[in-house]
Design a binder for this molecule. Sequence first.
Ligand code: MN
Length: 285
Amino acid sequence: MRICRFGNDRLGIVEGSSVHDITAALDVLPAYRYPLPSSDMLIANLDKVLERARMILPTAPSLPLATVKLLSPVANPTKIIGAPVNYQKHLDEARGDAALHHGNQIAVIHKTGVFLKAVSSLAGPSEGIALRKLDRRNDHEVELAVVIGKQANNVLRDEALEYVAGYCIGLDITIRGPEERSLRKSADSYCVLGPWLVTADEIPKPNELNLGILVNGEVRQDSNTRYMILDVPALIEMASSFYTLYPGDIIITGTPEGVSPIQPGDTVVATIERIGTMEVKVRAA
Ligand code: MN
């Protein structure tokens, strides 16, 4: 199932070129009081919401997909976890190009571990990317994004996929420079998530997906998730050995080779097999 958030915080199910508005299914969410739970409420209750959604689907209003404004499929993650240089050819290009490494030592992910992007960097595809630091290089990175479905602590790789709610396309937009990754990758809109969440049952093999990105119609990245250094279960195992993962937490799993600059006025089109395609416009902040 493909679940999207769209328009004015509506919830939808995508089928073909239509979106079925199932916002009323959110009525099954518990009535929360402050302090809110440490998880995304939709993802934490996804089974219940989808059960209701299936009931109301036959009479749900439908809209053409092309006319809706797509938001991030996850509204309130507690963490956005990034996997630095998790493809060998991207590691090679990063080490070989001073415009990418800026004198930072680029170590393999086994040594570096994972990093965090601010949750305030999250944006939907229709919201676009608002570039900052225009005197510096801003790069696109297309990545498979994993959305955690249930609380995960010290999970072993053999069970790791049981903790996944679904998958999205993630864009890990990056200002090049000497600062920590968490700063350079955390500007508002620098984590684009979309176009929808594909539930995990539809993607039994997340480590065998073609992924790529076009900038203004030109192919810049074109690879497959099989070339990840740490695959999806290994990333969940590593991350959950340091901290608890909560429903709605997002792991962006690293980008393949071919990163390149983007400028205001550009249009990027990112595609991941079995998930879909999303178009994102780039502007100055
Ligand atoms: Mn990245």
